[in-house]
Design a protein around this ligand. Structure first.
Ligand code: DOR
Ligand code: ZN
Length: 440
C-alpha cells in the first residue's frame, strides 16, 4: 500500500495541518510536514484545501436487508452508501429473512462486509428467535463471534419476563441490548404520531406513551439486573426526561436519535406521501427540540440513521399501506452539520463525538472513533462544508431511493472516506492533485 498525504486539512475543523498515511495508520501529522522529504516510495498527495477531517463515522443502526430482500439493499450496496455517507463501520439489524438469530448467519454478514471491503459491517443478533418475542436466541454463542449488540429492532421485546431474561443474559455475556421501544398493544393500526396532524388527516395515532412506557420499564430492569441497555431511535420529549433521570441514577443506559427525528416533524404528513412513514413516527416540534438539547448535553449519546431501504412498490402507495422506514446513510452527516454546526449550536468536535467516538465507545470498537493522531488507524472522513448538493433519490448509492429529502439542498457534503488507509469513497472533485516521488 502506497503512502497517502493529505495536505491543508483541518482536523475537527481546527487548524490546518499536513497528514501522512502509511500502511493503514496515521504515520505523521504536523503543520510543517513536507511530503517531498519523505523517504522511500511515492506519496499520493490529496490537497484538502482546508476541508474538515473527522474520524470515520460509526452507525449503530442500519438495515442492509441481506439476506432476503436483496432487491432493496445488499451488504455491497449498503456498504457503498455507507462509504459515500462518510461511514467506516455500521451495525446492520437482525430483521432480515432469515432473521439473524444464529452464529452462522451472523458470521456470513460479517464476512460479506469484509470481502467487499468498503465498510466494516457488524451483524446485530436477534434477542429472540425469529423476532417472535418468546424464546431467547443464541445470545451466548453469537457473542463468541462477531456479534456485540443484540436487538429485535423493527419489533419491541414486549414480554417483560422475556426482556428480563434477555437483560440477565446480556449482562452475563457483556453485550449491548438495544431496544426498539414500542408497546405493540398501543400501536395497533398506528401509522402516525398521535396528535393534531394525525387526527386531522384521519391517520391512526401512535402515542408517546407507547415508547415511553417501555423505556421506563427497561431502564428500571437495567437498574435492578444490570448490564448495558441502549434505546434505539428515541423520539419523544418524555423519553428524553426518562433517560435524563436514568443517567442521573447511574443506570447503564445509552440512546440514539435519528437525523429524521432531529430534523422533521409530523407536519410533513400533510402530503400523505408514504416516504414520511417511519417507526417510531415523526413527532412534533417540541420533541425535535428536546432531542436536539439531549444530544447536546449528552442525555442522548449518538446519532444513528435507522437507514431503512424499501422498494417503490412498498413506499409509493397509500400512506397507511406504506412500509415504515427511510434512507439515512447518505444524508446523515449533511443533516447533522446543518442542524448543529451551520446553526452555531455546536462544532465539529461535537459531530465527531456523536457520530463516531461515542458509538465506537458504546460498542467497544478498538479501531473506530479514535483521535486523529499519530499511530492511530486511518479510518477517516474528509468533509466539505462548502460543497452544496441537492438530494436525488435515483442518484444515491443505496439500491432503494426512499429518501424523504428528495430535492432538498444541503450545504455540506462528503469529499472522501478512508477505511484503514484505503479510499472507499471519493467525490469527483477530490481527485489526487499530485504524486510526489522521493528521489532520496
Ligand atoms: O421505520 C422503521 N423501519 N423502523 C423500524 O424499526 C424498522 C425499519 C425497517 O426495518 O424497515
Ligand atoms: Zn426500530
Amino acid at each position: 500500500m502506497g503512502k497517502i498525504g493529505i495536505a491543508n486539512v483541518r482536523p475537527y475543523g481546527e487548524d490546518e495541518v499536513q497528514l501522512l498515511i502509511d500502511d493503514g495508520v496515521i504515520a505523521a501529522i504536523g503543520k510543517d510536514l513536507n511530503f517531498d522529504e519523505i523517504e522511500g516510495e511515492s506519496v499520493e498527495v490529496i490537497d484538502a484545501g482546508g476541508k474538515v477531517l473527522l474520524p470515520g463515522l460509526v452507525d449503530m443502526h442500519v438495515h442492509l436487508r441481506e439476506p432476503g430482500r436483496e432487491d432493496t439493499e445488499t451488504i455491497a450496496t449498503g456498504s457503498e452508501a455507507a462509504a459515500k455517507g462518510g461511514f467506516t463501520a455500521v451495525f446492520t439489524m437482525a430483521n432480515t429473512s432469515p432473521v439473524i438469530d444464529q452464529p452462522f448467519l451472523a458470521d456470513a454478514v460479517w464476512e460479506k462486509g469484509q470481502a467487499y471491503g468498503k465498510c466494516d459491517v457488524y451483524p446485530v443478533g436477534a434477542i429472540t428467535q425469529n423476532l417472535e418475542g418468546t424464546q431467547l436466541s443464541e445470545i451466548g454463542l453469537m457473542s463468541q463471534g462477531h456479534v456485540r449488540m443484540f436487538s429485535d429492532d423493527g419489533k419491541c421485546v414486549n414480554d417483560p419476563q422475556v426482556m428480563r431474561r434477555a437483560v440477565e443474559y446480556a449482562k452475563a455475556y457483556d453485550v449491548l441490548l438495544a431496544q426498539h421501544a414500542e408497546d405493540h398493544r398501543m400501536t395497533e393500526d398506528a401509522v402516525a404520531h398521535e396528535g393534531e396532524t394525525a387526527a386531522r388527516l384521519g391517520l391512526g395515532g401512535w402515542p408517546r406513551v407507547a415508547e415511553e412506557s417501555v423505556v421506563a420499564r427497561d431502564v428500571i430492569m437495567t437498574r435492578d439486573y444490570g448490564g448495558r441497555l441502549h434505546i434505539c431511535h428515541a423520539s419523544t420529549e418524555g423519553t428524553v426526561e426518562l433517560l435524563r433521570w436514568a443517567k442521573a441514577q447511574g443506570i447503564g443506559v445509552s440512546a440514539e436519535a435519528t437525523p429524521h427525528h432531529l430534523l422533521l416533524t409530523d407536519e410533513k404528513l400533510e402530503s400523505y406521501d408514504g416516504v414520511y412513514r417511519v417507526n417510531p413516527p415523526l413527532r412534533e416540534q417540541r420533541d425535535t427540540i428536546a432531542l436536539r438539547d439531549a444530544l447536546l448535553d449528552g442525555t442522548i449519546d449518538v446519532v444513528a440513521t435507522d437507514h431503512a431501504p424499501h422498494g417503490s412498490e412498498d413506499k409509493c402507495v397509500e400512506f397507511e399501506h406504506a412500509k415504515p422506514g427511510m434512507l439515512g446513510l447518505e444524508t446523515s452527516l449533511p443533516i447533522i452539520a446543518q442542524v448543529f454546526v451551520e446553526s452555531g449550536l455546536a462544532d465539529w468536535r461535537f459531530v465527531a463525538k456523536v457520530m463516531s467516538e461515542r458509538p465506537a465507545e458504546i460498542l467497544r470498537l478498538k479501531d473506530q472513533g479514535r483521535p486523529i493522531a499519530e499511530g492511530e488507524p486511518a479510518n477517516l472522513v474528509l468533509v466539505d462544508p462548502g460543497a452544496a448538493w441537492t438530494v436525488e433519490g435515483a442518484k444515491l448509492r443505496s439500491k432503494a431511493s426512499n429518501t424523504p429529502y428528495e430535492g432538498t439542498e444541503f450545504a455540506t457534503s462528503i469529499a472522501l472516506t478512508m477505511l484503514r488507509g484505503t479510499v472507499t469513497y471519493r467525490a469527483e472533485d477530490t481527485a489526487a492533485e499530485t504524486t510526489i516521488t522521493s528521489t532520496k
